[in-house]
Ligand binder design. Structure first.
Ligand code: 26Q
Length: 822
């Protein structure tokens, strides 16, 4: 571990022990003989918080003392996972705490697993936000994350007869020790109503919004401890409540009961995280959520700014706002409203400020995922904002588009923020590009596609606005904390500074051929696999061998991510084994984790399919356990932390051009898994770092995919021309995997044939199977595999989220670092 003297808070074991005991007694009112693990965990958190709050206060003093520029990261999602272990490592007191708790008769792993995951996000985008705020604090940058304090995070997944069912997630049921309520910073949020044009005494026209409803936003702060403990930033999450002006008037007979209903409506806003990713819902409540937290966050920023300044001339020097996808782009017209309607700035002044403040990160190229709002719905919820958007659009089309393309109405229509269809729609991504000084993609290839495919005309207009920042992951959570065995080996090999400078691991490449090092590296992998095998047994009842290849695909369930292509490989191997039980293949365990959006029928069918195929295969004695298939229920951050260190093979098999970046790919490579993947997203850059001979690339390129689709792709050609492929697809029509339910898996086949196979599974099938054969070959040669795995682990330092943050700082945010505690 990093040397204790590098950390500002040194706490010895005795002090920590006493602190935990004191909190057990005086904070939780219990005693050692009565306390259960939950109570011990909470007392431990309180002991940790004594250090965290000190850091929080110091950081606040430092940053507000120098009145520095800060980044404000707006996101509907922060997928934080558990915080206890992370905070202990980042404060440099993990070993101290572990030993102290042992002496108190407590096992730190047991206590840490009492903590429910903070699952306030769907997947990649939400987890990225969590890694980014970790890196911002680690690097000592003034930063605040703003989001929603959902009562229920992403649903808990259970399987009933192989089908996904959703259960509510209640992460705060027994109180959350990390959050601090800040009633002194409550904000009010207007909604609905109408806009009136009024003429002031000077004859000047102004717009007045008469809201139909007022909601209160109550902030909850979660401390974000940087690695090294030098900076503790905050994540500020807004909870919705009914406004207190509200009619609790007892003179009105109906008032009391009606008021309860109003209260429930207000609280509904922050009640639940929308569980869709990559498909838009277009629901009023979602728009209300977006506006609610943007409105609160901007008022919070303005209030803080106005404490030190009496005009807005320095606003854009002090504040930069990063929009995590289009979800918070309503912040752009909202800032305009606050500056023009409430602060009395001229439109031009306000727009100039606004344009210097906002930057937008795009996370998707899928057309169905690009946010649009029906103008009628928009006007109902946010009448003033629709006017402001019309004004922004009008000026943009008349002043910018008309200058570049005079008398070109088609161009105006193409670039308009309003899509003129039936119904008319507000294009949030266009609002983002027009209202921000930078738009970035999340991997090199994705950023190129943004310029060439998604926004080609905007790119022609403003080439300088488009840029790339390749994603990253925090090596503290995704190596140091989740894989202590490998971390210890790296400490020994390159010293203890790799958690902040991951490129130091490059030195390990020199040991990739060393048989002794290979042995130690692979022994660690084997132990991690044994640990995961126990988890698998517990969760599924299936016994798996750590000698087998652990072939893992974990990510949200989506057609474009092609879990069903993986399924076709499994069926192929199974069929070959049935035809020849002596077939010489390396034993494999296929391991899945994925949640499907509750309304996404085919995604749920694929989960069911994999579960049923697994049941049949796992029970089939003819194949002598050569392959096993397990689908772990309720995939989430804390489960990922147990799976990733045990991976041999990382499945990154999206249709080329569809996965913006991927971040699971980075986590696996860092932990010594080899990637089988397409030339998509960050896979392209991983290949660059590890070398073509240390990754299994297959399939069509993004260019080939789009020309194939343009030429008229016919998946049936592949079906009829490949008898093996035909046989396994036809299998899905039978009741082989679903006894008494013939055709229960037919929808998957149907989507690949009648449905046209929009993500080209069948076109990539043969190439995928070949790549998998190459994997099988490589695994037979233990030394070769070990070498490849070591090179992967040692070569992916680029994907440290600290590097991503430094890129954002250099190209977009222009911040200075101020670690609070030296
Ligand atoms: C939109 C409208 C209504 C309701 C929900 C949504 C919604 C919610 C979440 C739309 C999209 C998301 C999440 C998208 C996401 O996670 N994208 C992933 O972002 C990662 C981080 O950049 C990338 O690595 C992945 O490639 C990308 O898929």
């Amino acid at each position: 571990s990093t040397a204790a003297e590098d950390f500002p808070f040194y706490l010895d074991k005795e002090a920590f022990k006493q602190s935990v005991q004191r909190h057990l007694h005086t904070t939780y009112g219990t005693v050692e003989s009565k306390a259960n693990s939950l109570a011990w965990w909470k007392a431990t958190c309180s002991a940790i918080n004594e250090l965290v709050f000190e850091g929080l206060t110091e950081t606040h003093k430092k940053h507000s003392g120098i009145d520095t520029r800060a980044v404000h990261y707006l996101s509907l999602e922060f997928l934080m996972g558990r915080l206890t272990r992370n905070n202990l490592y980042n404060l440099g007191i993990f070993e101290t705490a572990r030993d102290a708790l042992t002496e108190l008769g407590q096992d730190i792993d047991t206590l840490c697993s009492e903590e429910p995951d903070m699952a306030l996000g769907n997947g990649g985008l939400g987890r990225l936000a969590a890694c980014f705020i970790d890196s911002l604090a680690t690097l000592g940058y003034p930063a605040i994350g703003y989001g929603i304090h959902y009562e229920h995070g992403l649903f808990r997944q259970e399987f009933r007869d192989g089908h996904q069912i959703e259960r509510p997630d209640s992460w705060r049921d027994y109180g959350n020790p990390w959050e601090i309520c800040r009633p002194e910073s409550i904000q009010k949020v207007p909604l609905y109503g109408y806009v009136e044009t009024e003429f002031g005494p000077n004859g000047k026209m102004r717009k007045v919004w008469h809201p139909g409803e007022m909601i209160r936003g109550v902030p909850w702060d979660i401390p974000v401890v940087g690695f090294g403990g030098h900076t503790v930033n905050i994540l500020r999450l807004w909870e919705s409540r009914a406004d207190d002006y509200f009619d609790w008037d007892v003179f009105n007979a109906g008032g009391y009961v009606d008021a309860q209903a109003e209260k429930a409506r207000a609280e509904a806003i922050s009640k639940v995280l929308y569980p869709n990713d990559e498909t838009l819902a277009g629901k009023e409540l979602r728009l209300t959520q977006q506006y609610f937290f943007c409105c609160c966050s901007l008022q919070d920023m303005l209030r803080r700014y106005k404490r030190r300044h009496d005009d807005f001339s320095h606003f854009a020097e002090q504040i930069v706002i990063q929009l995590n996808d289009t979800h918070p782009t309503i912040a752009i017209p909202e800032l305009m409203r606050q500056l023009v309607d409430l602060e009395g700035l001229k439109w031009e002044e306000a727009w100039a400020i606004s344009q210097q403040v906002f930057a937008y990160t795009n996370h998707t190229l899928l057309p169905e995922a690009l946010e649009k709002w029906d103008v009628v719905l928009f006007e109902h919820v946010l009448p003033r904002h629709l006017e402001i958007i019309y004004e922004i659009n009008h000026r943009f089309l008349d002043e910018v588009v008309a200058k570049k393309w005079p008398n070109d109405d088609q161009m105006k229509q193409r670039l308009s923020i309003i899509e003129e269809g039936n119904p008319r729609m507000v294009r949030m991504a266009y609002l983002g590009v027009v209202g921000c000084f930078k738009t970035n993609g999340v991997a090199y290839m994705h950023s190129e596609l943004i310029k060439k495919e998604l926004f080609p005309y905007f790119y022609e207009l403003w080439p300088e606005r488009f840029t790339n920042v390749t994603n990253g992951i925090t090596p503290r959570r995704w190596l140091k904390a989740c894989n202590p065995r490998l971390s210890a080996l790296f400490d020994e090999a390159v010293g203890t500074h790799w958690p902040t400078d991951l490129t130091l691991l490059r030195q390990v490449v020199a040991k990739a051929d060393d048989p002794k090092f290979q042995k130690r590296f692979m022994a660690i992998k084997h132990q991690n696999k044994q640990d995961l095998a126990k988890v698998i047994l517990q969760l599924t009842g299936v016994e798996v061998s750590a000698e087998a290849i652990f072939d893992i695909q974990i990510k949200r369930l989506h057609e474009y991510k092609r879990q069903h292509l993986n399924m076709l490989h499994i069926l192929t191997l199974y069929r070959r084994l049935l035809q020849d039980p002596d077939l010489d293949i390396q034993p494999r365990v296929f391991i899945f984790g994925a949640k499907a959006a509750p309304g996404y029928k085919l995604a749920k069918d694929i989960i069911f399919g994999i579960n049923k195929i697994g049941e049949r295969i796992n029970a089939d004695e003819r194949i002598k356990g050569k392959i096993k298939v397990v689908f772990l229920p309720n995939y989430r951050v804390s489960l990922a932390e147990q799976m990733i260190p045990a991976g041999d093979l990382s499945e990154q098999i999206s249709t080329a051009g569809k996965e913006a970046s991927g971040t699971g790919n980075m986590k696996f490579a860092l932990n010594g898994a080899l990637t089988i993947g397409t030339m998509d997203g960050a896979n392209v850059e991983i290949r660059e770092e590890v070398g073509d001979e240390n990754i299994f690339i297959f399939g069509l390129s993004a260019d080939e995919v789009s020309s194939k689709l343009k030429a008229g792709y016919n998946s049936r050609d592949y079906y009829y021309n490949n008898p093996e492929l035909k046989a396994i697809l036809d299998w899905l029509d039978s009741d082989y995997f679903t006894p008494n339910q013939p055709g229960a898996l037919a929808s998957i086949k149907r989507s690949l044939l009648d449905g046209g196979d929009p993500f080209l599974c069948l076109a990539d099938y043969e190439s995928y199977i070949c790549a998998q054969q190459a994997v099988d070959q490589a695994y037979r040669d233990k030394a070769r595999w070990a070498k490849m795995a070591i090179i992967n682990s040692a070569s992916v330092g680029k994907f440290n989220s600290d590097r991503s943050i430094q890129d954002y700082v250099d190209t977009i945010w222009k911040l200075k670092s101020y670690p609070a505690i030296e």
